[in-house]
Design a protein around this ligand. Structure first.
Ligand SMILES: [Zn+2]
Length: 277
């Protein structure tokens, strides 16, 4: 077969530098083939790049939506947390309510508002907590002024209520307190915070201390040998106020312990033990 030739002109703009080449046609065809192959390769690369680009952007979108989901879940958790906190605050409110109710029933606590805040809806978190703080502080203060526990540990010699005359054994008399055996000089401790109303000799009570705890409550300690406090002193539960003796109308060393509410004697045994149910 005769060899074919192709002439290629290269024409410049100003017509001064026009050149022409004559090459074998098979070279031109080979060049065309290579061009086609190169173009296909380029297209393939472009397509792959595009696919990769779309994959990356869809992955990015997915990450974005996952982040949004996480944010939503975090908010849900926050909501759950605040629901949990609200539940606890409600429980605290119920407990405070019960304590107030109980103390009111015992006539020991006068509260202007025994429930929760009247308008919790308008209150911020801080003011609600502030409310409960002052409420619990007030309850603690009241409880600290309620005589609780033993002023002196010893065997009970005589109980609150009617009893036979301890001197003659005949006839009955009302015993206003609890007699606890002891030795002369044993320490006597006060059972709640208060102010010493009296620390002096008082007839049948002998050397006697009266403590005013507020809220209508008083505690009385009779037949002491010595005082460790004087009138007007402030005391806290557990303070040493005096010593066991046998002064006044007494048949032997013991502590006469009395609790008065609004000047009426009540059974001190109710106040000795407070146990969790
Ligand atoms: Zn007594």
């Amino acid at each position: 077969m005769r060899e074919r030739f192709t002439t290629i002109f290269i024409v410049s703009n100003d017509d001064r530098d026009t050149k022409f080449y004559t090459v074998k046609t098979k070279h031109v065809e080979r060049f065309r083939r290579y061009s086609v192959i190169s173009l296909s390769a380029l297209s393939a690369i472009l397509v792959t790049s595009l696919i990769l680009f779309f994959m990356i952007s869809s992955a990015k979108n997915e990450i974005g939506s996952l982040n949004q989901k996480i944010y939503g879940l975090k908010n849900d958790l926050k909501l759950l947390d605040s629901l949990e906190i609200k539940k606890k605050v409600d429980n605290i409110e119920n407990n405070i309510n019960d304590i107030n109710k109980y103390l009111n029933e015992r006539g020991m606590f006068k509260s202007e508002n025994s429930g929760g805040p009247e308008d919790a809806g308008g209150m911020t978190d801080v003011s609600i907590y502030q409310y409960y703080q002052s409420k619990t502080e007030s309850i603690l203060k009241t409880i600290k002024n309620v005589p609780i526990g033993y002023p002196h540990v010893g065997e009970f010699k005589s109980y609150f209520g009617y009893r036979a005359n301890p001197f003659s054994g005949r006839g009955s008399e009302f015993h206003k307190g609890l007699d606890i055996k002891g030795n002369v000089g044993d320490p006597v401790k006060c059972t709640a915070g208060g102010t010493i109303e009296k620390a002096e000799y008082d007839g049948g009570y002998g050397k006697c201390i009266v403590i005013n705890h507020g809220n209508g409550l008083k505690s009385v300690f009779g037949h002491l040998s010595e005082f460790n406090v004087k009138q007007g002193d402030k005391v806290n539960a557990g303070d040493l106020i005096g010593f066991v003796g046998s002064t006044g109308r007494s048949t032997g060393p013991h502590l006469h312990y009395e609790i008065r509410y609004k000047e009426e004697s009540i059974n001190p045994q109710y106040f000795l033990n407070i146990k969790n149910q």
